[in-house]
Design a protein around this ligand. Structure first.
Ligand SMILES: NC(=O)c1ccc[n+]([C@@H]2O[C@H](COP(=O)([O-])OP(=O)(O)OC[C@H]3O[C@@H](n4cnc5c(N)ncnc54)[C@H](OP(=O)(O)O)[C@@H]3O)[C@@H](O)[C@H]2O)c1
Length: 338
């Protein structure tokens, strides 16, 4: 059996997460039992929810134990199998965690699924046609439920979730406005993803300025908003929201290291009779097949062209993860292991 490298959660962050919270270890992979599959991971997914898991407090993802391999989505191939449904070489997606290999119980429902990497690149199953894509689909279709011609806004627009949201909303005939950090990300959002406009939050770093930028980009007001960041961006959206606007509250990454995110204008929720709904994509498994089918068609048709930031090798994962929390990624953040 091959040697395996793993990254463990070593200690919990005090405020900002640091590379010192993680520990790299090496060991042997255990021999397979009947029904088990050995998966060699090609890519590891880095996702903002992992920051919540590092704390011993309430978050939208359950906390994980110290000394445990960091949890996370992976794609790879079957390296050895003692399960009839999986053959060596099969491409699979699962939750293998921050390690080079995982031993998976092939009979446990939902732990491993075969994917077709002949039409869609394997890594996309961690992004546009994986959990982030379905997240965008759920918030748009089930929470915002836009009509053609309505204006929808998304923060972290160039990222894994935001980019999928844009393609899905354009396919429904919406005016789509993104918010992203920096001119390169904004150019990608409009020119490659086909958004109607993109606001650079680094140029509009306070409530008044962001509100003015939203007013210019959304002349008919905002009917739907997909929130990934929180803080003054959400406040600025409230100022420009139309009556009966809907907000899909997906993430509040600006506060994941413990920063407070006060709202200046919560009365606008009442004045505009708004709906604000938080959701967690893993609690809505029934929508995944329909969402993945639509996302796969958008990718195959070239109407969703996701970008990826790829760190090389397992040891690079902690630094890349901290970069993701600071916006240093450009598109879906992955770690390439093979
Ligand atoms: N509820 C759910 O089930 C669920 C599932 C998946 C993801 N999510 C949430 O969805 C959001 C996006 O996730 P993702 O995987 O697609 O990540 P991502 O957008 O690919 O990467 C995170 C991005 O957040 C932006 N950001 C970070 N800190 C910021 C700050 N202080 N102010 C403004 N922007 C900031 C950065 O983009 P800019 O440089 O453009 O600012 C960064 O690139 C996250 O909040 C995540 O927690 C929720």
């Amino acid at each position: 059996m091959p040697r395996n490298q793993q990254i463990l959660l070593d200690n919990r962050p005090q405020g900002e997460a640091t590379v010192g919270n993680f520990r790299l270890v090496a060991g042997d992979t255990p021999a397979l039992q009947d029904g088990q599959v050995l998966v060699r991971h090609h890519y590891l997914s880095l996702d903002p929810y992992m920051r919540g898991r590092m704390n011993d407090s309430k978050s939208y993802a359950a906390c994980q134990s110290l000394g445990q391999v960091m949890l996370g989505g992976t794609v790879g191939e079957v390296a050895e199998s003692r399960h009839g449904a999986y053959a060596v070489g099969d491409k699979v997606a699962g939750m293998g965690g921050w390690q080079e290999y995982s031993v998976v119980d092939g009979n446990a429902p939902g732990l491993l699924r075969k994917v077709d990497a002949t039409q869609i690149p394997l890594s996309y199953y961690l992004g546009a046609v994986g959990m982030p894509g379905v997240t965008a689909w759920y918030g748009l279709v089930k929470v915002i439920a836009p009509k053609p011609g309505e204006t929808v806004v998304v923060s972290a627009a160039s990222g894994a979730v935001g980019s999928a949201f844009g393609a899905l909303a354009k396919a429904r005939g919406c005016r789509v406005v993104g918010i992203a950090g920096g001119p390169d990300k904004c150019r990608y959002v409009t020119e490659e993803l086909g958004f109607d406009a993109c606001i650079d939050h680094r140029q509009h770093g306070d409530l008044q300025s962001m509100s003015a930028a939203l007013k210019a980009a959304c002349p008919d007001g905002i009917d739907g908003h997909f929130e990934n960041v929180g803080g003054y961006i959400l406040d600025a959206v409230l100022l420009r929201a139309n009556a009966f606007a809907r907000v899909a509250l997906c993430g509040m990454i600006a506060g994941y290291d413990g920063q407070p995110l006060p709202l200046q204008n919560p009365a606008l929720i009442l004045i505009n009779r708004m709906k604000i709904e938080g959701f967690i994509v893993s609690e809505h498994m029934q929508v995944w097949p329909a969402a993945l089918a639509e996302l796969g068609a958008l990718v195959a048709g070239g109407r969703l062209r996701p970008r990826e930031s790829i760190a090389q090798g397992l040891a690079a994962a902690p630094e890349a993860f901290l970069g993701l929390l600071k916006g240093r990624n450009f598109g879906k953040q992955l770690v390439k292991l093979v």
